[in-house]
Design a protein around this ligand. Structure first.
Ligand SMILES: CSCCC(=O)C(=O)COP(=O)(O)O
Ligand SMILES: [Mg+2]
Length: 225
């Protein structure tokens, strides 16, 4: 079955892994408590995210300090539930606006996306970060990638290591799973995508084990039929 769409990871594929660990995560950790105190009771999106965090904990109504501690714990555990990613995205939005940092996109991202688009492929992201955080990353890097993308998927479709998320995305895009190629640096994500029947390709910019998936060193090395 011919590939009709490409589902692309951001951190690790379009941009460097280090930006999350070295810049975005510390920035959000340091501001989480103050951000929740300032917005937790007056901003609908943040209120809803905190309610959802409480539901995920079994139906608790969390006080701001409890919510801050819970989200920090999730971050330390490497968990990526949607309410955490929504709140992180809003904190990062303030950081980008204040000029605290700028994101980077790898040099091969724009030209590769443009070439695939010109071939008639549909292009989507799938990131653990919120749709807002994805768009901020790409636009702050001055990349034209955003304008080439047909849609942005995030954890509202499910976690990236869960097969069900990829089935839901295939249904949303309206293609058979085998018509979608997933690009990620993360083998667990590719395993989940392959279990759902999607085609997979590991982007191994830093090398490493690709498990059962084919791999290339960068986006420029991909030739799509
Ligand atoms: C694109 S903003 C920061 C990335 C992030 O928050 C994350 O959890 C990892 O993202 P990925 O694109 O690798 O799913
Ligand atoms: Mg990634």
């Amino acid at each position: 079955m011919a590939i009709e769409a490409v589902l692309i990871d951001i951190e690790g594929v379009l941009g460097p892994l280090s930006f999350l660990d070295e810049t975005l995560t510390p920035y959000a950790s340091e501001r989480l408590g103050a951000f929740i105190a300032a917005h937790g009771e007056e901003d609908e999106e943040i209120e809803e995210a905190l309610d959802e965090a409480g539901r995920l904990m079994g139906g608790f109504s969390l006080k701001p300090a409890e919510a801050g501690a819970l989200l920090l714990r999730w971050m330390k555990q490497g968990r990526k539930p949607t309410p955490l990613k929504i709140i992180q995205g809003r904190i990062w939005q303030e950081g980008y606006a204040a000029g605290a940092f700028r994101a980077e996109v790898h040099g091969d991202a724009g030209p590769s996306l443009a070439a695939w688009k010109a071939q008639g492929l549909r292009l989507f992201t799938f990131s653990s970060s919120s749709e807002l955080a994805q768009k901020l990353w790409l636009s702050s890097a001055g990349s034209d990638a955003e304008s080439l993308l047909d849609g942005f998927f995030d954890t509202r479709m499910g976690q990236k290591v869960e097969e069900e998320a990829y089935k839901a995305i295939a249904q949303e895009i309206g293609l058979a799973p085998a018509q979608i190629l997933v690009l990620s640096e993360n083998v667990d994500e590719l395993d989940a995508a392959a279990s759902a029947g999607l085609a997979t390709l590991r982007i191994a910019r830093a090398g490493g084990d690709s498990g059962r998936h084919p791999a290339v060193a960068d986006l420029a090395s991909i030739i799509l039929p």
